[in-house]
Design a protein around this ligand. Sequence first.
Ligand code: SF4
Length: 206
Amino acid sequence: MALQYLGLRNLGLRKTSLIDFPGKLAAVVFTHGCPLRCPYCHNPELVNGPLPESFLPAAEVLAFLRKRAKLLGGVVVSGGEPLLHTDLPQLITEIGAMGLNVKVDTSGALPQPLAEILRLQAITYVAMDIKTAPGRYPELGVEWAPVAESMELLRASGKAYEFRTTCAPGLVEPADLAAIETVIQPGERWKRLIRANSGAVRLCGH
Ligand code: SF4
């Protein structure tokens, strides 16, 4: 399939990860741009600046994935916010055609494109951030309602999913965690991560 990349002409790449795709050795692909404004974001250039220098042409990243497809269990598409890009379904389909499972990391702020990618067979896992208490989402520049809609889409999708919260001081206080807990259903996977001051945890700092 010939790809016509719009927003995804260039991608970041972590060649291997044992921690980003549960149970799989994965490569992680990073996209540029994010609608949120997390106060602890360690990579603002990934949010709305020019493309980071480390980004590679998408064709180069895809060639790497194709070469490693037999060794990898899957590919994580992370950001930034991958769902910002209208050509994301093409990228996922292209990776799926290599025989690889795809996991997407998202903020949940964009339910419509989420619904679209959940229809793709290649998607087997979605990790969605719950950044803070529902009432505090306007502090991040987005509303809670679309995030709640994304949660419902995941529940109805039949795909594996998890919610995760980075316990960043100032944004996630004990009262905020309690408020988040009220929107998590019994039995749902909800990871709570401690924010490392080094900022070395992830390229995007989710
Ligand atoms: S931490 Fe992640 S979700 Fe938050 S602004 Fe940065 S890239 Fe966006």
